[in-house]
Design a protein around this ligand. Structure first.
Ligand code: ASP
Ligand code: MG
Length: 417
């Protein structure tokens, strides 16, 4: 018997039939004797519908009222799911974020969870009830309803699991786990039985959208075993590795480490653009003078490259989100004269492809295998960045599919490790 937090996303509760299916599934866990806390999202499409309603009144609606509106989506689902459970004689109670008392700060639309009141939940669990909690919402100190940012139900689930020291937090979605890469790009992509928090964070922030990044960070920080699995598969109570993808800590056991795949996955991001300031006089403060104004405009910078200036000047390149490309370019044009730069150039038809794997730490030669595989396909690399567990390259967007497929097979990711 275990304490399990189960989170069901929008598609998993998208219709009444699906909500009934979720109730059936919960019943099977209850029958085993597990204690269950359920977190649900709004029915699929509902949050978007509410956003559109708000924006039909005001492009930038009042942040407090926006949260009051958006939080209603989840309130519908908790009630419907509890009804479906009760119909099956599975005792259940629904709770909004403020009823559980998920205390957050007051940053409307992107609030952070500060504390969760355990008492009421424990009481219900002792009474043998399934607790059905609205994801994505909380309440601030003054009693205002807050929401956690789009996709925030994952974070609610992980926070509840952390607060109650649950044995596992299961995130049910419309895919059956985390894949070596996007199967729409590489049909041979394989579901991973396991991935580390660190790798998952890289995969998530590099553009794999299975889990909300903040939820993964939270789970890693509080050591909550996290499992991604499909709500359309039958529950599998065996430990045969066919149970979604477990996100967990690195296995430091040496024997297992040997078996650990070098590369866990390939992430990619299509939303990249790069900008270069050519021929800037190379002196202290160049990076600050260029990137300062960019940062002041709240534009996030990803990769940065500065080469060695042979003739006393340097070329300075960085990447930004494609949406920020034209604003960033305007800023560079504005400051170019002042900085004595020769020219500003840019390209918003680029993508980033990244290899991710904790095995990189202890193995050399990964980068050269990667670069050779790309070169053999005639793919030119524009930029390179590395960290301990990832290597990213920027290439022309027309090479995205070819690049990802090439690397996937160069590292044998289609074969079970
Ligand atoms: N319903 C919210 C959204 O669509 C929260 C979530 O689903 O996680 O963003
Ligand atoms: Mg979601």
């Amino acid at each position: 018997m275990a304490l399990i937090v189960q989170k069901f996303g929008g598609t998993s509760v998208g219709t009444v039939d699906r909500i009934e299916n979720v109730a059936e599934r919960i019943g099977k866990f209850r029958a085993r004797g597990d204690d269950i806390i359920v977190v649900v999202s709004a029915m699929s499409g509902e949050t978007n519908r509410l956003v559109a309603l708000a924006q039909s009144i005001n492009e930038k609606p009042d942040a407090r009222e926006y949260d009051v509106l958006l939080s209603t989506g989840e309130q519908v689902t908790i009630a419907l799911l509890s009804m479906a459970l009760n119909k099956r004689d599975i005792a259940a109670r629904s709770y909004t974020g403020s009823q559980v008392h998920i205390l957050t700060d007051s940053a409307h639309n992107k609030a952070r969870i500060l504390d969760i009141e355990e008492k009421n939940i424990r009481f219900d669990l002792q009474k043998g009830r399934v607790i059905v909690v609205a994801g994505f919402q909380g309440v601030d100190e003054s009693g205002n309803i807050t929401t956690l940012g789009r996709g925030g139900s994952d974070t609610t689930a992980v926070a509840l699991a952390a607060a109650l020291k649950a044995d596992e937090c299961q995130i049910y979605t419309d895919v059956d786990g985390v894949y070596t890469t996007d199967p729409r790009v590489v049909p041979e992509a394989r579901r991973l039985d396991k991935i580390t928090f660190e790798e998952m964070l890289e995969m998530a922030s590099l553009g794999s959208k299975v889990l909300q990044i903040r939820a993964v960070e939270f789970a890693g920080k509080y050591n909550v075993p996290l499992r991604v699995l499909s709500s359309f598969d039958e529950p599998n109570f065996t430990d045969d590795g066919a149970n979604g993808t477990l996100i967990t800590f690195e296995d430091k056991n040496e024997e297992n480490e040997m078996e650990q795949a070098l590369i866990s996955g390939i992430a990619f991001n299509r939303d990249e653009a790069k900008l270069t300031m050519l021929g800037v006089p190379d002196k202290p403060g160049v990076a600050h003078n260029i990137l300062g104004p960019i940062g002041d405009s709240n534009i996030e910078i990803d990769m940065i490259i500065q080469n060695i200036g042979a003739d006393g000047t340097t070329d300075f390149t960085f990447t930004v989100h494609r949406n920020d490309y034209s604003t960033a370019k305007d800023i560079l044009h504005k400051i170019a004269g002042e900085l004595g730069a020769r020219e500003v150039v840019g390209d918003d038809k680029i993508v980033k492809i990244s290899l991710v794997g904790v095995g990189m730490r202890s193995h050399a030669g990964i980068a050269s295998t990667m670069f050779k595989a790309l070169a053999d396909e005639g793919i030119n690399i524009n930029m390179i960045a590395t960290s301990e567990i990832k290597i990213s390259v920027v290439v022309d967007e027309k090479y995205l599919e070819l690049g990802v497929r090439t690397l996937h097979s160069a590292f044998g990711l289609e074969q079970a490790s």
